[in-house]
Design a protein around this ligand. Structure first.
Ligand SMILES: NC(=O)c1ccc[n+]([C@@H]2O[C@H](COP(=O)([O-])OP(=O)(O)OC[C@H]3O[C@@H](n4cnc5c(N)ncnc54)[C@H](OP(=O)(O)O)[C@@H]3O)[C@@H](O)[C@H]2O)c1
Length: 239
């Protein structure tokens, strides 16, 4: 299969690309700075590198890029700099999600395309009755005011949940919710839950980016796992 990865130059996106390549999948990436990518990527025949800032692509360019893709994965996130957090684009993740989905739909693919969004346990799945404490509600409210990227993550998942929904003709989706991200070199045992089992604010767990990437790769390549989690927002913790 062919998989488009956006946010591929990031800490998690790069792990996802590597895991897809190990599984012999064809991968396309859209990156702003190809010079940062490992040399091994540039010589890999299964990898196509498209140099662009994803939101600068025209609708027609996006449609062409996704036209031969069976799955699209987003590991986009705002860079943790003042400009990344408070500058434009304020809705990087949401706008990229919406525009990539529009591009998929405009192509009228013969079979449904998988869309996997990297999201966060700081976001609730409002399709489920996920209750959080009053104190956590207050902190999340403050985060919404102070941290535009948090709102962006919420809106991106909301777009999939409410605009694509559960019965779209062309797109099926999963929004993967990692807890606190850490870096590790190897995939280790991890657990997946439909909803958080601990407070993302007051008792956050940890998950390695490589484990998140592994789960995203498995969702894309394993239809049984996909059927278990499609239309949901699974939470991932390293064990
Ligand atoms: N930190 C945590 O504990 C935590 C927990 C749960 C979820 N998350 C979420 O996980 C996501 C990814 O995390 P990460 O650590 O893997 O992210 P990361 O390493 O910062 O990667 C972010 C990616 O987004 C791209 N990007 C940033 N701004 C862009 C722009 N304006 N236009 C196009 N591309 C842009 C970056 O490209 P460049 O390389 O070109 O900059 C990079 O590929 C984030 O959404 C974050 O909110 C984080």
């Amino acid at each position: 299969m062919t998989v488009l990865v956006v946010g591929a130059s990031g800490a998690t996106g790069s792990k996802l690309v590597e895991q897809l390549l190990v599984q012999n999948q064809k991968v396309k990436v859209i990156v702003r700075s190809p010079e940062k990518l490992p040399l091994s990527w540039k010589t890999n025949d299964n990898l196509q590198i498209i140099t662009a800032s994803v939101l600068d692509l025209s609708d027609a360019e996006m449609r062409t890029i996704v036209s031969d893709c069976d799955a699209v994965a987003s590991c986009l996130g705002h860079n943790l700099t003042f400009k990344g957090i408070y500058g434009k684009p304020r809705r990087l993740v949401t706008d990229a999600t919406r525009r990539l989905c529009d591009a998929i739909k405009a192509n009228h693919p013969k079979s449904t395309i998988k869309f996997v969004l990297m999201n966060t346990t700081g976001n609730r799945n409002r399709d489920l009755n996920e209750s959080i404490s009053f104190a956590q509600k207050c902190v999340i409210g403050i985060l919404r005011l102070l941290l535009p990227p948090h709102v962006d993550n919420e809106k991106a998942a909301d777009y999939l949940r409410t605009q694509i929904g559960q019965n779209d003709t062309y797109i099926e989706w999963t929004a993967v919710r990692p807890d606190g991200l850490i870096n590790e070199d190897k995939v280790t045992p991890y657990e997946i839950h439909p909803s958080p089992t601990r407070s993302a604010i007051f008792n956050a767990g940890k998950v390695s980016r490589i484990n998140v990437a592994h789960f995203m790769e498995r969702l894309i390549t394993d239809d049984n796992l996909w059927n278990k989690w499609k239309g949901q927002m699974p939470v991932i913790y390293s064990k």
